[in-house]
Design a protein around this ligand. Structure first.
Ligand code: HEC
Length: 158
């Protein structure tokens, strides 16, 4: 009678009663399918850059980007880089994609002109400006690691 719910990663099962939850756990711990990537994937809410890095990014931003995107990032000739329109556009994309796109296309009048480290520092500044917390390690230049950090909506506290 055990009813096994196969739940895609990231969705919540609504248990019918505690017994069925217990049974489901029993089944999965005895060799059921294991969720892929669990424990590997991070989000921008996990503290993926440092304060120092975002500070460097800010200086580069003011020098190379602010003229079009605004000193406060709220947009001028270019679109705003903070706020819901911006985060809706990037939601569920890996940081790797934001990094690549920004480097390939910005500054619009001179793309890919700043060097990789400057671009990764810029991304850390954009994350900070959009409310993500700083952490203990810098946002790395390693493309595989950047691929595993997802831009998501801010999770509910608790
Ligand atoms: C000469 C003006 C100009 C400069 C300088 C410039 N941008 Fe842009 N940027 C634009 C325009 C216009 C767009 C919208 C069209 C596009 O995406 O190509 C844009 C788009 C973007 C986007 C995508 C926005 C979105 O809604 O997803 C990002 C991210 C970005 N710029 C970052 C930067 C960064 C970082 C710098 C500094 C290194 C920079 N830009 C410098 C004009 C500029």
């Amino acid at each position: 009678m055990a009813c096994v719910l196969v739940v895609p990663l990231g969705l919540f099962a609504v248990p019918i009663d505690t017994r069925s939850v217990f049974e489901a756990k029993q089944v999965s711990s005895s060799g059921g399918s294991t969720p892929v990537h669990q424990g590997l994937q991070m989000t921008i809410w996990d503290g993926v850059y440092t304060e120092e890095q975002a500070k460097r990014g800010r200086e580069i931003y003011l020098r190379a980007c602010g003229v079009c995107h605004g000193g406060d990032l709220r947009g001028a000739d270019g679109p705003a880089l903070v706020g819901s329109e911006f985060s809706n556009k990037w939601r569920d994309e890996p940081v790797a994609r934001m990094f690549d796109t920004t480097r390939r296309t910005m500054p619009q009048d001179n793309p890919d002109s700043l060097g990789s480290q400057a671009y990764i520092d810029l991304i850390s500044f954009l994350l900070k400006a959009n409310g993500s917390p700083a952490g203990d390690a810098e946002l790395p230049l390693d493309p595989e690691k950047l691929e595993q950090i997802l831009i998501t909506e801010k999770p509910f506290p608790g």
